[in-house]
Design a protein around this ligand. Structure first.
Ligand SMILES: NC(=O)c1ccc[n+]([C@@H]2O[C@H](COP(=O)([O-])OP(=O)(O)OC[C@H]3O[C@@H](n4cnc5c(N)ncnc54)[C@H](O)[C@@H]3O)[C@@H](O)[C@H]2O)c1
Length: 275
């Protein structure tokens, strides 16, 4: 495999494209809105990484319209059996649904765990490479490709829906950790103790670890992924018949403390602005 395609050239797609080029693999790029390339440029690509956005829809579920739109557009250009590796974060069952809708193509979930502030470093040195494939051939092909850009990372082969769930459950765990740190900071404050005195020592426990324990001025968790992926997981679970009470509470608590922090900030600005 010496050529791949990348659809969507934002944080994830841009990093994927640069990393594969960095190890000598030719990359065909297509981004509808930047705009870069065209769907036709992907002709002849037998592996395509799909990195389009999956924002929150009105009901909190992942809006997958750009996923379907991009696949519909490139499908006629791709050879039979081409593998579309979905890096976009999507609801469980997305790859299976894509496979049913576009039977000429193979779909796999290859969730991305990079951190937006250090995209290259975290893309090329992940804790694990997760590949959710429907066939052994697709899994082997993607494992070979991914280990070229992230050598040494353990590779876990799963079914597509399992891989999609790994991504969403991982983000839910991180969201829970941030939320709990915020609540514990309030508890500590009631004893006249700053969380900064406690956080690092709690994080020394290897079962807990030091990451995602910081309480920021904005409070809670923000960014492009954790809030929307938590909402997306709640919506997907609800649609599957289970309203997850703790996750729902996490999301609500997070909105509440972030709104409070914003209101405090606005108050402080008003006080500073007073003559
Ligand atoms: N940013 C992160 O840190 C991160 C980490 C892990 C996973 N993800 C997931 O990866 C996906 C992409 O995230 P991102 O941060 O790279 O998004 P982004 O908004 O930075 O980039 C997406 C790109 O896709 C293009 N695009 C949109 N629709 C398209 C279409 N139909 N055809 C072609 N191009 C199209 C846009 O123009 C944009 O340049 C999301 O599902 C996100 O949840 C993001």
């Amino acid at each position: 495999m010496d050529m791949i395609g990348v659809i969507g050239l934002g944080v994830v797609g841009g990093t994927v494209a640069a990393a594969f080029e960095g190890v000598g693999i030719r990359v065909r790029r297509y981004d509808r809105y930047l705009p870069v390339g065209s769907a036709g440029d992907l002709a002849g690509c037998t592996v395509v990484f799909l990195c389009v956005p999956t924002p929150s829809g009105e009901d909190g579920s992942h809006d997958l319209s750009e996923v379907w739109s991009a696949v519909s557009e490139v499908e006629p250009c791709l050879p039979d059996g081409s593998v579309v590796a979905v890096k976009s974060t999507a609801r469980p069952g997305t790859c299976e649904q894509l496979a049913a809708d576009f039977p000429r193509l193979e779909f796999a979930s290859v969730p991305e765990f990079l951190v937006a502030t250090q995209p290259v470093e975290t893309f090329t040195r992940p804790d694990r490479i997760v590949i959710g494939a429907r066939s052994g051939e697709a899994a082997a092909l993607l494992a070979d490709l991914m280990t070229r850009v992230a050598p040494g990372a353990p590779v876990v082969i799963l079914r597509p829906t399992e891989a999609e769930l790994v991504k969403l459950c991982s983000n839910a765990m991180l969201a829970a950790k941030v939320t709990l740190a915020n609540e514990l900071a309030e508890v500590c404050r009631r004893f006249g103790v700053g969380w900064s005195r406690i956080q690092g020592v709690v994080g020394l426990d290897r079962r807990i670890g030091p990451d995602h324990l910081t309480v920021t001025a904005q409070r809670g968790f923000g960014g492009a992924c954790l809030p929307k992926d938590l909402d997306g997981l709640i919506a997907a679970s609800g649609a599957a018949g289970y309203l997850p009470p703790v996750l729902i509470q996490l999301a609500e608590f997070n909105r509440q403390i972030r709104d409070e922090a914003k209101a405090d900030d606005a108050q402080a600005e008003l006080r500073v602005g007073k003559p």
